[in-house]
Design a protein. Structure first.
Length: 311
């Protein structure tokens, strides 16, 4: 049986400093049946030239298109809307470095599944020069819709989807763009888990994740990161993000399983209230984050009304 085709979707912007390394790592994949679509958001550096040079080295495998120029999330969502119907897709950041077996491991997991399936993996977090610092967390609690609604753990730069999952994402992408969701990977985890997809978070790292000095994500298990997360929860940022995700999912409610619809309705009640009533809705929904302290922080935020949508 031939190796399945994987369409790699990369959103680029001003990436000339590192995109060459990422492109080389794509070319070095053990799984060689891939194509690459780069959606560029108007780079004024050498990014377009580097992509075009790479395309010449790999005829018929690389396409470059103009992005919507509305930020990375909108760029990725536009790529999803235009993705092929009959292929796996892999999200790709412009400044990582994929390990050679990345696509092979993902395709090996996804290929047997006829139903929607979503693969993600750990990463090796590095400094700006790709010197390893640590590995990203290995998550122990189950991957499911009740977790996805309140936590983004299926990292976009590692995510790969089979064609059935791609069909779900394509149906839902328009609503996500309209709702202006904050994160394409968080949204994708919600869509796939809500629809009952098979989910796997590979404990083996699949790429080198370049941690820039200004990065706000990545090493999210340090004390400063935990403190920053609590500040965002209490400031209401998280509530705004949840509301956008909820608005994106609402028109796609028919894609959810019956169990997921029941959870979704409880979350609707939670976002419409505060205090004990909101906490009761959260508990009935069964929402949880991957650690008890993080779930406790979420509960405190719910009781305080920080997730409540404006009337």
């Amino acid at each position: 049986m031939p190796a399945p085709h994987v369409a790699i979707l990369m959103a680029s912007y001003q990436g000339a400093a590192h995109i060459g390394t990422q492109l080389e790592s794509i070319a070095a994949q053990i799984h060689s049946n891939w194509s690459l679509v780069v959606s560029d958001d108007g780079s004024t550096d050498d990014t377009p030239d580097l992509v075009q040079d790479f395309a010449k080295q790999h005829p018929h495998q690389v396409t470059m298109v103009q992005g919507p120029r509305q930020g990375a999330t909108q760029n990725f969502l536009s790529l999803v809307e235009a993705a092929p119907d009959d292929a796996m897709i892999a999200f790709c950041d412009q400044d990582d470095k994929w390990l050679p077996e990345k696509l092979e491991r993902a395709a090996t997991y996804l290929a047997p599944h006829k139903e929607p399936a979503h693969y993600a993996a750990r990463t090796i977090i590095t400094d700006g020069q790709l010197q390893p610092l640590t590995e990203s967390r290995h998550f122990l609690r189950p991957l499911c819709f009740r977790n996805a609604l309140v936590q983004a753990i299926m990292a976009g730069n590692t995510s790969v989807f089979n064609s059935s999952a791609v069909g779900l994402l394509k149906q839902a992408a328009g609503s996500a763009r309209q709702a202006d969701v904050i994160s394409h990977d968080w949204w994708a985890y919600q869509v796939t888990s809500g629809a009952g997809a098979a989910l796997w978070h590979d404990p083996r790292p699949s790429l080198l994740y370049r941690q820039h000095d200004r990065s706000e994500v990545g090493r999210n298990d340090t004390l400063p990161a935990l403190a920053a997360r609590m500040r965002k929860l209490m400031a209401g940022d998280f509530g705004a993000w949840m509301a956008a995700n909820h608005n994106a999912l609402h028109p796609m409610r028919h894609l959810l399983t019956e169990a997921s619809r029941q959870v979704f309705d409880q979350v609707d009640r939670m976002l419409s209230s505060s205090g004990p009533q909101a906490l009761l809705a959260m508990r009935r929904a069964g929402l949880y984050r991957q650690t008890r302290p993080a779930t406790a922080m979420l509960s405190a935020t719910v009781v305080a009304g920080r997730l409540r949508r404006p009337a």
